[in-house]
Ligand binder design. Structure first.
Ligand code: APR
Ligand code: ZN
Length: 247
């Protein structure tokens, strides 16, 4: 069966949104669906600020496991394809930005440079106090005690990932809006499109007049009206073909 490709070279301002599906070929689980992280009892409940306040060790245990898995994983052909497409765009003097919901750091390790981590990173730690002056993010090391404390204000440290009951941090939100504002091609890859605000990026792109394409293993449970096209299949098989065709 001929899988359609997207002629990336025809577009000047490309925005790609990625989700957990792009890292499946690297051995990392998705959040939803068979074997998804949130299918485990209590897992998604631990990914909240409320839970961190009462059980910081439980939150560290969840994200510590995810970090150990991500640290052992390697970027796959889909990550490599996006890095190659970005390099080709840069050589043409056009823009190519990856907005990733993933916190596994695999896009950067594959060589992508313009990456906006809209949900943070497993590999950074931050102070849980919003008033703290320790703005520098420490490179995350497995905590020596269940809930490490900030050396500046002694509030508990936490993984620098966006938890369910909190907003996206201002800088990635601003970076995402700036990229979406005048994009002409928007491709969402490996995401169920269930979590806001990332799930509404396609609407902003469509409003900007972009061509919008979903590349995913399966159709969205509720088809999003702002996707003009859908290419169903595995990202690690579909994306490398697009690099070749981009030439
Ligand atoms: N290629 C392409 N798509 C795939 C592949 C693959 N090889 N394998 C799975 N998928 C698709 C699944 O069909 C599913 O639609 O990837 C999607 C993964 O969906 P989710 O598990 O919901 O992950 P994601 O969309 O990234 O979740 C968004 O929710 O829980 C929060 O913060 C978390 O960033 C996450 C956000
Ligand atoms: Zn602090």
């Amino acid at each position: 069966m001929m899988i359609p490709t997207i002629p990336f070279r025809r577009y000047e301002r490309v925005v790609v949104l990625t989700g957990a599906g792009i890292s499946v070929a690297s051995g990392l689980p998705t959040f939803r669906g068979p074997g998804g992280l949130w299918e485990r009892p209590g897992a998604s409940g631990a990914a909240t600020v409320g839970h961190f306040e009462v059980d910081p060790a439980g939150v560290w245990a969840l994200f510590g496991d995810m970090r150990r898995l991500a640290a052992r994983a390697n970027p796959n052909e889909a990550h490599a394809a996006l890095a190659a497409l970005e390099a080709q765009a840069r050589a043409r003097g056009t823009s190519f930005v990856v907005l990733t919901q993933n916190v596994d750091g695999l896009h950067q390790r594959a060589g992508s440079r313009e990456v906006v981590e809209v949900h943070g990173s497993l590999f950074r730690t931050k102070c849980s106090s919003p008033r703290c002056t320790s703005l520098a993010f420490a490179e995350y090391e497995p905590p020596r005690e269940p809930a490490p404390r900030c050396t500046v204000c002694s509030a508990p440290l936490r993984p620098d990932v966006v938890l369910f009951d909190e907003p996206m941090p201002a800088k990635p939100e601003w970076d995402a809006k700036r990229a979406l504002r005048d994009c002409d091609l928007f491709v969402a890859i490996g995401t169920s499109g269930t979590v806001s605000p990332a799930s509404s990026f396609v609407r902003s792109a469509a409003y900007a007049g972009a061509r919008t394409v979903l590349v995913n293993l399966e159709p969205m449970n509720v088809p999003h009206p702002d996707f003009h096209e859908e290419i169903l299949g595995r990202a690690e098989e579909i994306l490398p073909r697009m690099v070749d065709s981009d030439g």
